[in-house]
Design a protein around this ligand. Sequence first.
Ligand code: BTN
Length: 330
Amino acid sequence: MPENGNSAELVLAFLAEAGDEFVSGEAISGKLGLSRAAVWKHVESLRGQGYRVDAVPARGYRLAAVPDRLTPLELRPLLNTHDVGRELHWFEEIGSTNDQAKELAVEGAEHGEVVVAEAQTSGRGRRGRVWSSPPRRNLYLSVVLRPDLPPARAAELTLVASVAVCDALRHAGVEAGIKWPNDLLVSGRKIAGILTELAADPDRVQWVVIGIGVNVNTRAEDFPEDLRGEATSILLERGGPAPRALFAAACLTALEEWLDRHAEDGFEVVREAWRERSVTLGKRVSVLADDREVVGVAEDIDPQGALLVRDGDGEVHRFLAGDVTLLRSR
Ligand code: BTN
């Protein structure tokens, strides 16, 4: 529950946390120290701001719909985090949230500051690819992190982020899996991607920017033609739109939870979680990295997060970066 914010925000946060469940007026008033009449008044005020709140006698209240914007006004009350997203920078349109977050990081942004945009005009993917970023359909956000890590361990954070986004997608009812290192796929189609950029001294990471792009309410016709067979969205998978603000909050909350676990327990717990969600391990793959291509079976990720692929001659190749294509088994 956020520590600050007015009572209507607290009621909103309470309802958001309950997800699809009803919560009784009594439970809300008990938890927040408000009278039942005050709870009703705040529900009415939320309705006036565009939130749809169902009220059913003997069951209570349920958050049925939130305004489809990602401004701090919508996002902040939904966030149950200590650092991630406490400072939010919102843009109706921007070149790339990663570029903006990098600028903020250089200027001294705090750990957890988030840049979020309704549209990107130069959205970037890995390896210089374009990231399709139509307005008000999807999630485009970047998080500035200041982890206490040596540069050699920075790649672990990309896997932390992929586990977190995978969990948020599954929570939203979409059975996503992770293709190494950090593509989120549903039935072989890409639904989300992560772009990590950083600056480091020889012995310490200065900052990391984790850029997260999720296809939330993209319709088939919103994708560029060449992507239509390869990409999907929550809307296409569920057959109905998803509230972007709730999904954004779920992503940021999951990200912070996994960052905390990583900071406290180390990479091994993330590695195990990544393996459980992987759609790469045990599969025949082709890996393209710099000028070499290796075809073989993806066996594991090692304690640094590198992918281990055994080729037809039994030789194991190690990749710290690269593009994986899943092949049909023979
Ligand atoms: C990939 O799979 O290639 C990574 C895609 C990352 C896209 C996100 S959208 C928000 C952030 N801003 C960008 O320009 N890129 C990332």
